[in-house]
Design a binder for this molecule. Structure first.
Ligand code: SAM
Ligand code: SF4
Length: 335
């Protein structure tokens, strides 16, 4: 078994960041993320919250310093706050630097205060438009006002918010300046994301894909953007926007691959570990977890998996590439 703090992949990258998709289910059906009629992972294969906590603890012992809960929608998993509370103990011991989550905001009004009480300091909220009707169209099932209430509750509880916006051609490309002013005016950072070819959806991704190099050039006609070295542990590259005095992040898996600095792996709610968001290779941690009360087997399985973390993904979106780069949806591994 490796010593604590020594998960190093074949390319010398230290793995210090774990993202955990606590459920692949969701109360929205965003058109770029899911098909309307989704097939979810079988319920019988789900890890219990206790098992998820145990797996996270093994990762923390092996050097993970940041942990992000995601999904699907993490806040729709039953008793999710029990897991957050358990994980927050690692913040108190100093073993973990950060516990955070990515959410669609629909349940935040209910949970914001408790999240803050558990030591969560900042969260990512996904929001693709400020127009309630367009919001309904892009999420299929979401209610804009509930998300607004969630954001307000989170800010009232003292949580720092970063908004994540998927840049979609013909949908929100003209709205980004307004969203930028809106977010920065309320003390929130904004990050724009290129749509990634993950899972079959009902729409054609070539129609949705907007290269962020193009978006940035357009923004530069209205705003003064200055590159800054700010980092949050994720893949975004940031600029400071002079006119709004806030930060704007770009996540560009297609136009600028960021794999060389990848420090993360992803665990699903069934105990499958994906070493790269953009590759199919995975390792099963559920069997070693369940076959022994001790953690040696699972720790060895993690080492073996990290030992084959690939150099990077090879996402492509063009008219000649009809199939998604990976067959699973983003909601399985949680972005
Ligand atoms: N349900 C939560 C939410 O929406 O924030 C957490 C999970 S969601 C899969 C995480 C992030 O992935 C969201 O910001 C969402 O917009 C983004 N996302 C989903 N599908 C995507 C895709 N195909 N390409 C790029 N981003 C995607
Ligand atoms: Fe649900 Fe998030 Fe996917 Fe939207 S992006 S369908 S909120 S998991």
């Amino acid at each position: 078994m490796n010593q604590a703090g020594s998960m190093i992949d074949p390319f010398g990258r230290a793995i210090t960041y774990l993202r955990v998709s606590v459920t692949d289910r969701c109360d929205f059906r965003c058109v770029y993320c899911m098909a309307e009629d989704m097939h979810f992972l079988p319920k019988k294969d789900l890890l219990s919250l206790e098992e998820l906590e145990r797996l996270c603890a093994v990762f923390i012992e092996k050097g993970v310093r940041r942990l992000r809960l995601t999904g699907g929608e993490p806040l729709v998993r039953k008793n999710i706050m029990h897991l957050v509370r358990q994980l927050s103990r690692h913040l108190q011991t100093g073993a973990l630097d950060e516990l955070t989550l990515t959410t669609n905001g629909s349940q935040l009004a209910r949970f914001a205060a408790e999240l803050a009480d558990c030591g969560v300091k900042r969260i990512n909220v996904s929001l693709d438009t400020l127009d309630a009707e367009k919001f309904r169209a892009i999420t299929r099932w979401g209610v804009f006002d509930k998300v607004m209430q969630g954001i307000e509750a989170a800010q009232a509880a003292g949580l720092k918010i970063k908004l994540n916006t998927v840049a979609l051609k013909g949908f929100n490309e003209d709205e980004i300046p307004e969203m930028l002013r809106w977010a920065h005016g309320r003390g929130m950072d904004l990050t724009v994301i290129e749509t990634m070819p993950m899972g079959e959806i009902d729409a054609d991704r070539t129609d949705q894909y907007l290269p962020l190099s193009e978006l940035r050039a357009r923004l530069e006609r209205q705003f003064t953007l200055t590159d800054i070295p700010y980092k949050t542990g994720g893949p975004a590259r940031y600029v400071e926007v002079m006119e709004t005095a806030g930060r704007l992040g770009f996540i560009t898996p297609l136009t600028h691959n960021f794999c060389e600095s990848c420090n993360r792996v992803r665990l699903t709610c069934t105990g499958t570990l994906y070493m790269c968001l953009g590759q199919e290779d995975a390792a099963d941690l559920r069997a070693p977890l369940r076959s022994s009360e001790g953690n040696d087997l699972v720790s060895n399985a993690i080492d073996e998996a990290i030992g084959r973390k690939p150099k990077g993904h090879d996402f492509v979106i063009d008219r000649t590439t009809k199939r998604p780069a990976v067959s699973r949806h983003m909601s399985v591994t949680g972005g």
